[in-house]
Design a protein around this ligand. Structure first.
Ligand code: ADP
Ligand code: MG
Length: 283
């Protein structure tokens, strides 16, 4: 790569909303055959709002929500912000807090241990939730106490951006820690043909390795701590920056050679154009 060509590319990338830390990754985006997306916070706005509380064992809705919001206070996950925002009153002090990327959080309140997260993380089945949305449960050692249903909106431009990327011949994938059913619905709405749901952070990484082993050049777009391993494994890791709609965690940004500085997925199209142009100039 000639430094001049790279510098031209990088300067206009920044103006188009893409921070390029590694010119080789930008070049890889130009050669990409596959582009995989995280769901929550990437394809969606990442601002889930609480729709419903389902008490499953006698605790009042307000108490369930206070426990959940307290447990989530120090989590960077969009679900955490949705729960904290939905709770109006004071939070309870939490000790032994732990975030479990791709699963949930745990901690103790008044000496009582709680876990909050996906059904898989809790090892329990949730009651039928007859609406799509994100469902997370609150449980203690005796079992499930309640389920919170949150709704997150698709980013308005996601289908159009996906459509353009598909037209450029890229194979698109959705890699998510969420359940299969809402993930499939979302993929269909966006126009993404391949879906892998219920993935832990290492699962996203493994999927990328599989594609690479088949000869694919893979870009991955993600926003969360749970996405850091995949962002590092991809030929081109693209993180949503903190300007990109309030999500975008430090871990994701540190792991990615490209960072989107504006809300939404549109800067990816600009980055692709630049990558293709930079590549031509270099060769
Ligand atoms: P995505 O891949 O869609 O961004 P994640 O991998 O971050 O999703 O999370 C997968 C699932 O784990 C979420 O759908 C949720 O059920 C659960 N989860 C992860 N982090 C949290 C958290 N902080 N609070 C509650 N649930 C969480
Ligand atoms: Mg995410």
């Amino acid at each position: 790569a000639t430094p001049v060509a790279v510098m031209v590319g990088l300067g206009s990338a920044a103006r188009k909303g893409v921070l390029v830390r590694d010119a080789a990754a930008l070049e890889a985006l130009g050669q990409a055959t596959d582009l995989a997306f995280d769901k929550t916070g990437t394809i969606t706005e990442g601002r889930p709002r609480l729709r419903r509380v389902l008490a499953t064992s006698g605790l009042a809705d307000a108490d369930l929500l206070r426990l959940a919001a307290s447990l989530e206070r120090d989590s960077e996950h969009p679900i955490a912000r949705g729960l904290v925002t939905a709770h109006a009153g004071a939070l309870k002090p939490v000790s032994a807090f732990r975030a479990h990327p791709g699963g949930g959080v745990s901690g103790e309140i008044d000496g009582h241990a709680w876990r909050l997260g996906s059904a898989a993380f809790l090892g329990v089945a949730f009651p039928e939730v007859d609406e799509d949305g994100i469902a997370v449960g609150l449980a203690d050692a005796s079992g499930l106490k309640g389920v919170f249903v949150l709704g997150d909106r698709l980013r308005a431009e996601s289908p159009a951006v996906a459509g353009q990327l598909r037209q450029q011949g890229l194979r698109l994938h959705l890699f998510t820690g969420d359940r299969a059913e809402p993930a499939a619905k979302m993929a269909e709405a966006v126009g993404i043909e391949s879906v892998a749901a219920g993935l832990r952070p290492e699962g996203k990484l493994a999927r990328i390795r599989e594609l690479q082993a088949q000869g694919a050049v893979v870009g991955f777009v993600g926003d969360g701590v749970n996405d850091a391993p995949a962002l590092a494994q991809a030929d081109c890791g693209i993180a949503m920056g903190s300007g990109a709609g309030e999500q975008g965690t430090g871990a994701a940004m540190a792991a990615a050679p490209l960072v989107l500085l504006r809300p939404g997925l549109e800067p990816i199209l600009a980055a692709r154009r630049l990558a293709l142009r930079t590549h031509r100039v270099i060769r």
